[in-house]
Design a protein around this ligand. Structure first.
Ligand code: ZJS
Length: 174
């Protein structure tokens, strides 16, 4: 499976990096391919290192302006002109999307994918790994949208929440 992952480009402490590394190990050992932003920065770089070490493949979708941070050693590195093209390319290559902890870049990517799903233009599973309850605020907001009539389809059709890396893969199998 081509698993597209959005996550932080910053180095984070063990509370966040250890579950990300475990997720990467499961991805690699499962024979999956990581499709990601192609960067060696922070959690993105850690993820790629761990997937590779566990025997998984790496497909990086890079953007011209960040190419100085490009990961060396990917199986495939695709260069895109801008962030919008990169998001389209990431989505088009994904059989599933997994969101690890991240900041504004990650938010931008996940909201775009959920908006496409909302309109029925992207039908692949999307799972958020809610490490340390990092996404509890976002989850509360999305649930309120669901309950109060802001979504055209049930939230459960749009996104799943996993507490552990292993649970991500259980949700992807379901
Ligand atoms: C110096 C430095 C940290 C460079 C970051 N260089 C980057 N290289 C590749 N993708 C990126 C970068 N920054 C943000 N992104 C994209 O936005 C997300 C991370 O942004 P953030 O850290 O959550 O907000 C990633 O999923 C990635 O696809």
């Amino acid at each position: 499976m081509n698993i597209c992952v959005f996550c932080s480009a910053y180095s984070l402490d063990d509370r966040y990096s250890a579950p990300a590394a475990e997720f990467a190990r499961l991805l690699g050992e499962g024979g999956h391919t990581l499709v990601w932003g192609g960067s060696n920065a922070g959690l993105m770089g850690l993820l790629a290192d761990e997937v590779k070490a566990a025997g998984g493949k790496l497909v990086g979708i890079m953007v011209e302006m960040l190419k100085h941070k490009g990961y060396v050693g990917a199986d495939e590195l695709v260069m895109t002109a801008d962030l919008a093209e990169r998001k389209r390319e990431l989505a088009s290559r994904a059989d599933a999307v997994v969101v690890l902890v991240g900041g504004l870049g990650t938010m931008d990517e996940v909201t775009e994918v959920l908006e496409l799903k909302k309109h029925g233009m992207f039908e692949k599973p999307v799972v958020l790994l809610d490490t340390e309850g990092f996404y509890s605020g976002l989850r509360t907001q999305l649930e309120r949208m669901d309950v109060e009539g802001f979504l055209p389809r049930p939230l459960a059709d749009l996104v799943g929440f996993a507490d552990t890396p292993a649970e991500v893969f259980e949700l992807l199998k379901a």
